[in-house]
Design a protein around this ligand. Structure first.
Ligand SMILES: [Zn+2]
Length: 362
């Protein structure tokens, strides 16, 4: 009996240790032992304009709550772009609701009319709809990532630089309405899901984002199409959302900005890319201080706090917003005040037509 017990002890010990030894990477949440300065700003140092924001609900109750959130964050102005291809009535209703509720705190963008894309009259019709939306108060055009990825006609995928949309870009140029454009997704989502892929966890948790298994085109093709679009329309202002998914290659993004003065970049959803290279990112923001805008995209009040900490402080080794954007910590960029002001509001006030400038310091 005693011999039996002794023989089984190691097995029992193994059973006790098993959970920690077999836990998955999602469960691994080590608490940092690093002690050092930790600033957790819940309010931006200067009032800011969020140029990339989606609010479906524009009811008075929701807008009252939004204004409360905005005041707590020091968000002076929220630029709302439609979801689900909103244009026409959506724009008119949103302008009436938002501007009526709080003049000076909201602005509205529009989406493309994408009906009957093969109609020979489509280009003229889409351009006319955009003109009407601008008359109704839209100050920008938001292009979603389906453009280039899933948008298709009987010939198949429609490329980002498809010429049928040229009249639309021309309307944007004519009215100096910027185009906030999201093309493709992070590079890693287009690569095989293997042990070397930095986005492995995202691919595991968000199965539908696995582009390498569902698309016949590459990340590089999409990015090249987008850059050709920018070059073909030098009079149209493009704001490349999510740093054009070049946050991991700021050298290439810098070359794009050097080559094409009509292109700007927006920083939504790329805090992990910036926070892992604080020195290079700091240099980038200083060098391209007139070309970068603040945008958040997914609306979540506490996540803005991480943006402020990243942009404003020198804090080191702090938690990212989402672990699946990269399994590493963030380091603050400590941007100088004059650069922060441009990023937070000066560039947006310059690029978007007719934004109310009251409340934003000189
Ligand atoms: Zn968006």
């Amino acid at each position: 009996m005693r011999r039996f017990l002794l023989a089984t002890l190691p097995l029992l010990a193994a059973a006790v240790l098993a959970p920690a030894q077999t836990m998955s990477i999602e469960e691994f949440e080590p608490k940092s032992t690093l002690r050092g300065p930790a600033h957790k700003p819940t309010r931006a140092k200067f009032p800011f304009i969020d140029v990339h924001n989606h609010q479906r609900d524009v009811s008075p109750a929701k807008l009252t709550q939004l204004i409360k959130d905005m005041d707590s964050l020091n968000m002076g102005l929220l630029i709302n772009s439609p979801v689900s291809r909103g244009h026409g009535k959506w724009v008119a209703d949103a302008v009436t609701a938002m501007k009526g509720h709080a003049p000076g705190r909201f602005a509205v963008m529009t989406n493309l009319d994408e009906s009957n894309l093969e109609d020979p009259n489509y280009p003229a019709r889409a351009a006319a709809q955009l003109e009407a939306d601008i008359q109704a108060g839209a100050i920008g055009l938001k292009i979603w990532k389906h453009f280039g990825m899933t948008l298709s006609d009987s010939q198949g995928r429609i490329k980002v630089d498809d010429p049928r949309f040229d009249p639309v870009w021309a309307v944007c140029a004519k009215h100096k309405i910027p185009v906030l454009i999201h093309t493709a997704d992070p590079w890693g989502l287009f690569q095989p899901m293997d042990k070397h892929n930095e986005r492995w966890l995202e691919l595991k948790l968000q199965v539908r984002r696995n582009q390498s298994q569902q698309t016949a085109f590459t990340w590089e093709e999409l990015i090249e199409e987008q850059h050709r679009l920018f070059a073909k329309h030098p009079q149209t202002t493009f704001i490349n959302a999510h740093l054009g998914w070049l946050g991991h290659d700021l050298g290439r993004l810098g070359e794009l900005l050097d080559r094409l003065p009509n292109v700007y970049a927006e920083i939504g959803a790329v805090t992990s890319e910036l926070g892992r290279q604080p020195r290079a990112a700091h240099r980038f923001f200083v060098k391209y201080q007139d070309r970068i805008l603040f945008g958040k995209d997914a609306y979540n009040v506490s996540e803005y706090h991480v943006y402020f900490r990243l942009l404003e402080t020198e804090d080191e080794h702090f938690d990212p917003i989402r672990k699946y954007h990269g399994i590493w910590k963030l380091y603050g960029l400590a941007l100088p005040d004059d650069v922060l002001k441009k990023l937070y509001y000066k560039n947006a006030l310059r690029i978007f037509p007719g934004l109310p400038a009251d409340g934003f310091p000189q």
